[in-house]
Design a protein around this ligand. Structure first.
Ligand code: FES
Ligand SMILES: [Fe+2]
Length: 354
């Protein structure tokens, strides 16, 4: 990171050298993808006993829910003759049966029997992605084992203490890699220009001192004031984290009221992003009156976020990202690009999902 970090400007400077030195590999280049948690589908899309198919990375996966109510994400193609397991496949208990010759895969993706009595070949195995389900979204990790746990997005509260609303973004797919969109999060200039927020250069947190960087995530605080299209002023105070190359979440206050937000970017194909988002607020004492008030507050949060996503969407629908010239207001973006450039990549499911 040393060489690229020295290109990050300090206050008052303007970066005059092209950022071609911070070249971030596109997802899928050299056949590799960042080892992150990716949202795959909404939980409600995969009912108990059902199997569905989604595009993921550069191939296809199936998602099914067994009788134990657990959603599993496997490579889509049967290792016998390549039938798509969602094209007529059956969920039997917690197992998945191929529609073509009835090979049966157990809950770890291992083939345990064939349809006509031959023993299951020893190495007959689907790729089973590490999977978790949070806030009504099914996530899969690109790797054999997750590099890190899914982050705590409830700020220490339990999920049932928080009223949430979850959405799959109808604006998607966006024709850019998830990490490129995630780079919007520390992009202070765009908050001012696209989102009508009051951002002064002197208020922009210094990426060297005000951010906490690790190999897999970055933490930062973000106090911002936004003037809504109707003239209403919203004060947001965030304790934010970008986790991996796909998640952004924060806990903080909007006009003094605690809330959480999660934005999760999926990759249905290289150079393409899907988007899922969640807003939530603490339910208080659990009374009907508190629940009603919390519901209204969450709706207000979603309205604000939808407005901001509409503003981003105009850019994202047509963006053609390539390394460019940055100025001092882009210092955090530049640091984020080095984070992504150096991020671990792999593609262990390649032979299975293609
Ligand atoms: S293709 Fe799946 S059992 Fe033959
Ligand atoms: Fe934005």
């Amino acid at each position: 990171m040393g060489e690229a970090s020295s290109n990050v400007v300090t206050s008052g400077e303007v970066l005059t050298r092209p950022l071609s030195k911070i070249v971030v590999p596109a997802e899928g280049s050299d056949g590799l993808f960042t080892k992150s948690w990716f949202p795959i589908c909404l939980s409600k899309d995969v009912e108990k006993g059902k199997v569905i198919c989604r595009d993921f990375l550069d191939g296809k996966v199936v998602i099914y829910r067994g009788e134990d109510d657990v959603a599993r994400v496997f490579s889509a193609y049967c290792v016998h003759m390549g039938a798509n397991l969602a094209a007529g496949g059956d969920v039997i208990g917690n197992d998945l049966r191929c529609p073509f010759h009835h090979w049966v895969y157990d809950d770890s993706g291992r083939c345990i029997k064939t349809g006509v009595g031959d023993p299951a070949p020893e190495r007959a195995q689907l790729f089973a992605f590490p999977t978790t389900e949070i806030c009504g979204i099914v996530f899969a990790f690109n790797g054999q084992e997750p590099l890190y746990d899914f982050p705590d997005i409830f700020g220490g509260y339990s999920e049932d203490e928080v009223l949430i609303a979850t959405f799959e973004d109808p604006r998607c797919p966006w024709p850019v890699d998830p990490w490129s969109i995630r780079g919007n999060t520390p992009d202070w200039a765009h908050f001012a220009c696209v989102h009508n927020m009051e951002v002064n250069n002197e208020d922009i947190p210094d990426p060297k001192s005000a951010y906490e960087w690790s190999d897999y995530w970055v933490n930062f605080d973000a106090p911002v004031t936004r003037v809504m299209p109707d003239g209403k002023v919203t004060r947001l105070v965030y304790k934010a984290q970008i986790t991996g190359t796909t998640l952004w979440h924060n806990q903080g206050t909007m006009n003094g009221r605690w809330h959480m937000l999660l934005s999760a970017l999926g990759i249905p194909a290289p150079g393409t992003s899907s988007h899922f988002y969640v807003a939530g607020a603490h339910l208080g004492d659990g009374s009907d009156a508190q629940e009603r008030e919390t519901r209204e507050f969450v709706e207000e949060l979603i309205d604000m976020w939808d407005t901001m996503l509409d503003e981003d969407d105009v850019i994202l629908q047509q963006q053609h990202y390539k390394p460019g010239l940055l100025t001092n207001a882009d210092a955090a973006v530049a640091r984020f690009l080095t984070f992504v450039r150096d991020y671990p990549r792999a593609h262990p499911s390649r032979e299975f999902i293609n």
